[in-house]
Every structure is written in structure tokens, then in C-alpha cells.
Design a protein around this ligand. Structure first.
Ligand code: PGA
Length: 257
């Protein structure tokens, strides 16, 4: 069975002092947690400070974005090498806010995805439909096209990836998807991974749900074996709510390593 992963996406929140305090709070509360993988993704500016706090612990560090070149004249961008030098393990890619506000295309996300894998970072690839798509019955069409654009004809050579299904209408709205709706899309994603990458990837890849996850609704998703954890935005900004989610998963889900 896949080990659950709870990843906190801090988005554009937290100064360095605030980030350090939040990371310390999370570390103190979760230092004995073994049954759930935990990652925190602060803004670039706070990565180094947070890395120092969680150094040597089981909490992993992630970034929220990356560029697809190692170095060069790309003003304002951050490369995989830089993230590795700070101790990052994960990188969120294709988050809907990047697709929407920064017009990131599937093509760009694919370039980032390939580079990240090549550099031994683990991509957390986000896919999800917006409200219009859902109302028009196009949820799977949209999710499938985002997924296929990145994964088609890719050779992963055993490298790990994570997928996050995040319906755009559920992000930051307080209105999460229903567990069964998330299950339906996530099951389809797993089937599609099988077609694109084979049985091994389909059964080993962790697929998360994201969108208004809180301690009191996390088990709506984690009751299903198909759903392997969550990408958490708002609720990852406070120690109590983030730790609350991890603890619910740790105690509420029966799983074996
Ligand atoms: P939210 O954000 O938990 O605040 O809805 C989730 C995300 O954007 O990853």
C-alpha cells in the first residue's frame, strides 16, 4: 500500500521569521510521526530558513515552482540546482494559480516536469478542472488533457512522481469536492497512468486530493485507498490545522508499509 503524503503549500504567505516559527511548530508536533509522509512548501525566500529548522527530521522540503534550465539569463527564475542546494525534495508543478495568473501552459509544465525528474527532485503535478468545465460535464476531458500533455511518451526510469487532483473551484473557497467525486477522478487518473506509463507506475504513484482540505474533512478523502493524501493550502498555514490533518490521517487510516 502507498504511504500517505500530506503536503502543505504555503503559497505567497509567511516572512522568514513567520516561516521559521511555523516550521518549528509543525516539527515539534510531528517529530514522532512515522506513518505519514509530510512535506512543507514555503515560498522561495523562506526555503533556506525552513530547511535549517527541519534538517535531519522526517519532514521534507518542497518548492512551489521551478524553471526548466539549470542556469542562465532568465531573470527572476529559480533552477532545480538551486532548489537541491537548499535541500528540496519536492516541487509543485502546474498549480492552477500558476496556470491562471501566470498563463503557464501544459507545454511549459511538461518541460519543468522533465527537468525536475532529471535532476532527481520529485514533481507534484497539479491537474484539475474549473467550475465551468465541471458544469459542462468536461471534468475528465480537462484533467485527462492536462495529464496526458505532461506524461505522454515520457520515460520515467523508475523515478518518483506525485499527482495532485485539485478541482479549481475547491481551492481556497472553503467548498471541498465530495469524497466520491474526488475518488472518481483520481481512479480515472490512475487508469490513465497505467495506459501512459504502465502498471507499475499506476500502482506506485501517489495521487493526492487538494482543495479546501481541513482536519474535519480530510477523512472524507482518506477513507478511500485510492486517495493517497492531500495538498493543503490555507489549512497548512497554522500549526493546529496542518498537524490536525496529519494526525487524522495517521490515526484514521489503516495501512501497512
Ligand atoms: P486550499 O489550497 O487548501 O487553500 O484550498 C489548496 C491548494 O491550492 O493546493
Amino acid at each position: 500500500m502507498r504511504k500517505p503524503l500530506i503536503a502543505g503549500n504555503w503559497k505567497m504567505h509567511k516572512t522568514n521569521d513567520e516561516a521559521e516559527a511555523l516550521a518549528k511548530g509543525i516539527l515539534n508536533a510531528l517529530s514522532n510521526e512515522n506513518s505519514v509522509d509530510v512535506a512543507i512548501c514555503p515560498p522561495f525566500t523562506a526555503l533556506e530558513r525552513v530547511a535549517k529548522v527541519i534538517d535531519g527530521s522526517k519532514i521534507a522540503l518542497g518548492a512551489q515552482n521551478v524553471f526548466w534550465e539549470d542556469e542562465g539569463a532568465f531573470t527572476g527564475e529559480i533552477s532545480p540546482r538551486m532548489l537541491i542546494s537548499l535541500g528540496c525534495k519536492y516541487v509543485i508543478l502546474g498549480h492552477s494559480e500558476r496556470r491562471r495568473y501566470f498563463k503557464e501552459s501544459d507545454e511549459e509544465i511538461r518541460k519543468k516536469f522533465l527537468k525536475v525528474l532529471d535532476r532527481e527532485l520529485i514533481p507534484i503535478l497539479c491537474v484539475g478542472e474549473n467550475l465551468e468545465d465541471r458544469k459542462a460535464g468536461k471534468t475528465w476531458e480537462v484533467v485527462n488533457s492536462q495529464l496526458t500533455a505532461v506524461l505522454k511518451d515520457v520515460t520515467l526510469n523508475g523515478k518518483e512522481m506525485v499527482i495532485a487532483y485539485e478541482p479549481v473551484w475547491a481551492i481556497g473557497t472553503g467548498v471541498s469536492a465530495k469524497g466520491e467525486d474526488a475518488l472518481e477522478v483520481i481512479s480515472s487518473i490512475r487508469k490513465r497512468i497505467k495506459e501512459l506509463l504502465g502498471e507499475e507506475y499506476s500502482s506506485s504513484t501517489r495521487i493526492l486530493y487538494g482543495g479546501s482540505v481541513k482536519p474535519d474533512n480530510i477523512m472524507e478523502f482518506m477513507q478511500y485507498d485510492e486517495i493517497d493524501g492531500a495538498l493543503v493550502g490555507g489549512a497548512s498555514l497554522k500549526v493546529e490545522s496542518f498537524v490536525g490533518i496529519v494526525e487524522k490521517v495517521a490515526s484514521g487510516r489503516k495501512w501497512k508499509m
